[in-house]
Design a protein around this ligand. Structure first.
Ligand SMILES: Nc1ncnc2c1ncn2[C@@H]1O[C@H](COP(=O)(O)OP(=O)(O)OP(=O)(O)O)[C@@H](O)[C@H]1O
Ligand SMILES: [Mg+2]
Length: 246
């Protein structure tokens, strides 16, 4: 049972002392992170620092060895991935993972699978997704595999939105895309957040992530190395040099 506090904000995700191993190799080491309702929190860190592992653990795709993951005060670290999606936590994974031989609209319908018994709801959410990304409606019959990289990323975001997430987790949304497309994707992410969806964003593009987020955690070798308010971090010369190279 999840009890909403009658004052203050709801903690959407509370991760305590999380340890994740792949065989003998430790990928996450005593990680503690919290994400409040309607926040946009960024996770930064070099390749191999554990960012995707963190999102996979929250999604139930990788089992932690110890520690806890709570969603709205309820332990979720032992739930199945589909149960976690059903509660409102959706991940837009690295590499997009679309169904390339299916048209856009079928990819979206598969995203809306959790509402398969409520056709009018699916129709309504799909209309919202098409409103946010008009190109997906214009091209709805086009096979996902033939879309450009930027269009595929929009489809991946749209498909994640089809689950009507309370928490949306994005893994390297902007990777490999042209600056103009990155710009419009970050704009879409901001809009999604302003509509009330809590966002946990994993990024290599530190400057963009700091500009768009409220708070940030920097991972180093599976540990939280630095955390703070994104605006303060952007102005801290040490952080700028170490993580932004400016
Ligand atoms: N399935 C796996 N089996 C074994 N080791 C893994 C597996 N997945 C990840 N690792 C290891 O765990 C560590 C963290 O990997 P992870 O993918 O979480 O990093 P990341 O921060 O997302 O990196 P990147 O920025 O390159 O995506 C790395 O050392 C990686 O090699
Ligand atoms: Mg990764």
């Amino acid at each position: 049972m999840s009890l909403r506090p009658i004052w203050g904000k709801v903690t959407m995700l509370k991760i305590n002392n999380l340890d994740v191993f792949y065989g003998n190799a430790q990928a996450l080491d005593n990680i503690s992170i919290n994400v409040e309702e309607k926040e946009l929190v960024a996770i930064l860190g070099a390749n191999g620092s554990g960012k995707s592992t963190l999102l996979r653990a929250i999604s139930g795709l990788t089992r932690p060895k110890s520690g806890s993951i709570q969603f709205q005060n309820r332990d979720i670290q032992r739930l199945r991935p589909d149960e976690i999606v059903g509660m409102g936590i959706t991940q837009c994974p690295e590499g997009r993972r679309l169904f390339p031989s299916m048209p856009i609209y079928k990819n979206l319908l598969l995203g809306g699978y959790v509402f398969r018994n409520d056709k009018s709801k699916i129709k309504k959410i799909m209309a919202d997704v098409y409103e946010m990304f008009p190109i997906l409606e214009e091209r709805k019959e086009q096979l996902a595999g033939t879309l450009s990289g930027g269009e595929q990323q929009m489809l991946a975001l749209g498909r994640a939105l089809m689950t009507e997430p309370k928490v949306l987790m994005l893994d390297e949304t902007s990777m490999g895309l042209a600056p103009k497309i990155v710009e419009s994707l970050f704009k879409a992410i901001k809009t999604i957040n302003e509509r009330g969806i809590t966002i946990l964003l994993v990024e290599q593009n530190a400057a963009k992530a700091l500009a768009v987020s409220n708070r940030v955690y920097v991972l180093e070798s599976g540990r939280v190395a630095v955390t703070g308010n994104s605006r303060d971090m952007l102005q801290d010369p040490k952080i700028r040099e170490a993580y932004l190279g400016i």
